[in-house]
Design a binder for this molecule. Structure first.
Ligand SMILES: C[S@@+](CC[C@H](N)C(=O)[O-])C[C@H]1O[C@@H](n2cnc3c(N)ncnc32)[C@H](O)[C@@H]1O
Length: 192
């Protein structure tokens, strides 16, 4: 059993969507196919399905996927949750209207994620930064955290719609700290 599997056995863990998805849910299309990649307990998948999207949720932890299936069945949502190693089996090109990635950083996947969007498709991405206010939150290993401006650079082939990366500027008790987030669009028409 992996560390993640052990963690996901804890039934008290809160299931919630990433802040980037909550803050910018109004940019989502009203229909289409959405992917919650490295979904964990599937907080993003649940929000996407409630929006009316046809959702797939992938994670390599069987425990996480079992929990997502349970939550989805309980709420009668259109989510297909699958155990999948996304590094070995990345999403196919031009297959998704929306992709959400939160708190997972695998830099080598960035070109495949950009290419996996359909024309006009949206990528929501949020994860931890090195320039954190509370470095005890999130991964300890430096390579699992974003450097300055790195998220925008990873997806520079896409149109930048939203970007937040506040570092340690100003009033540290306010704002989005410890993480950066972005919403990116693959060029093409806007969806309705
Ligand atoms: C910090 S959790 C984030 C989960 C969720 N996205 C969230 O924001 O709550 C990272 C997740 O990535 C998954 N993961 C790590 N490597 C993976 C891989 N190669 N393929 C699929 N999932 C992976 C882990 O099982 C874990 O559920």
């Amino acid at each position: 059993m992996s560390d993640w599997d052990k963690r996901y056995a804890d039934l008290t863990l809160r299931v919630e969507p990433a802040r980037v998805l909550e803050d910018f849910a109004h940019l989502l299309p009203f229909q289409g196919e959405a992917l919650d990649l490295a979904c964990g307990l599937g907080g993003n998948a649940l929000l996407l399905a409630k929006q009316g999207l046809k959702v797939r949720a992938w994670d390599r932890s069987p425990q996480a996927i079992a929990r997502v299936r349970e939550a989805s069945a309980k709420e009668n949502l259109d989510i297909t949750a699958e155990v999948r190693d996304v590094v070995h089996l990345p999403p196919a090109p031009e297959s998704w209207d929306v992709i959400v990635v939160s708190r997972f950083l695998e830099r080598s996947l960035a070109p495949a994620l950009a290419a996996a969007l359909r024309c006009g498709g949206l990528l929501y991405y949020q994860t931890f930064v090195r320039e954190a206010v509370h470095p005890e939150k999130g991964p300890r290993r430096r390579e699992y955290r974003l450097g300055v401006n790195e998220l925008s650079e990873l997806f520079s082939s896409l149109r930048l719609i939203v970007y937040r990366e506040e570092g340690r500027l100003g009033d540290l008790g306010k704002g989005l700290r410890d993480e950066a987030y972005g919403v990116f669009q693959r060029n093409g028409h806007t969806h309705g």
